[in-house]
Write a protein that binds this ligand. Structure first.
Ligand code: SF4
Length: 268
């Protein structure tokens, strides 16, 4: 049930900058618009954080990428350490998801705490939500078999929390879901409050899930209202493609704190 819409409850607009570390990934998740199979040749290293313009104001910067990069984890740590002074004051920096951290944990034989501690040193506020879209066992088996399990996802988050690195969580919203889907999802949450929860409506165009379509705004609003009831104090953000004032009012009335608006994207 969506609460009555009132002007003063509009969700705020949150400008977001995206840094893509790699468009190559062998995981092949059915809903992914970011990644493609690794190339046979890797392009040479790009210059470091200078590619992100100093004027690029964003309240949230997200560093993300596929599970295939020619650069070691410490390259990215140094890169992030150079990036943080260039961001506008008050910007929140999310870098890497539990899926990516687990990847480095396995490929570089480093502890999860060691990796998380390095991100804290670099000025990162929290981990991105990647991997938390597919906590549902059936969904993961159908679309995302190579991703980490729910237990591994939380292992990363708990290791990060132990060294002062927060996390974010992002349920994927499909069209025509039942109302209990949100409740099922919320049951997977553990008692570590995230920096925020990001609702991710499926943008299926150009993915293997294209025939599924995408959810309507009222479906997203219903999800938000259920999360808001369950977690009254958590910031709830939504990636919604057309952030007109009606959308801000509907989502705001449903408990959404902010709509994520892409401002810029760079690839490194
Ligand atoms: S692991 Fe991430 S980047 Fe790789 S295919 Fe899946 S969603 Fe895309």
């Amino acid at each position: 049930m969506i609460p009555p819409v009132e002007d003063q409850q509009n969700a705020t607009r949150i400008p977001v900058g995206y840094v893509t570390t790699s468009r190559y990934c062998e995981a092949g998740c059915a809903f992914c618009r970011l990644a493609s199979p690794p190339p046979t040749k890797i392009k040479p290293s790009e210059p470091a954080a200078a590619v992100v313009p100093a004027w690029a104001e964003a309240r949230l910067v997200k560093v993300r990428g596929g599970l295939f990069t020619a650069k070691p984890f410490d390259f990215w740590v140094r890169w992030l350490r150079q990036l943080t002074p260039r961001l506008a004051p008050g910007t929140t920096l999310l870098a890497f998801s539990p899926v990516e951290l687990w990847h480095y944990h396995e490929t570089e034989h480093r502890s999860l705490r060691d990796l998380a501690r390095a991100l804290v040193w670099a000025g990162v506020s929290a981990l991105g939500p990647g991997g938390s879209e597919t906590w549902d066992v059936a969904r993961r088996a159908a679309w995302s078999t190579r991703r980490i399990t729910v237990e591994q996802w939380w292992q990363v988050v708990e290791s990060a929390a132990a060294v002062g690195l927060s996390y974010t969580v992002g349920p994927m919203i499909l069209p025509r879901q039942s109302q209990s889907d949100a409740d099922d999802y919320l049951r997977h949450l553990r008692p570590i409050p995230p920096l925020h929860l990001e609702l991710k409506p499926l943008h299926s165009q150009g993915t293997r899930l294209q025939s599924e379509g995408s959810p309507q705004i009222v479906e997203v609003a219903e999800w938000a209202a259920r999360v808001r009831t369950s977690r009254p104090t958590w910031p709830i953000y939504v990636r919604w493609p057309s952030p007109h004032s009606d959308a801000a009012a509907i989502l705001g009335a449903s408990g959404v704190s902010g709509i994520l608006i892409p401002q810029w994207e760079v690839e490194v």
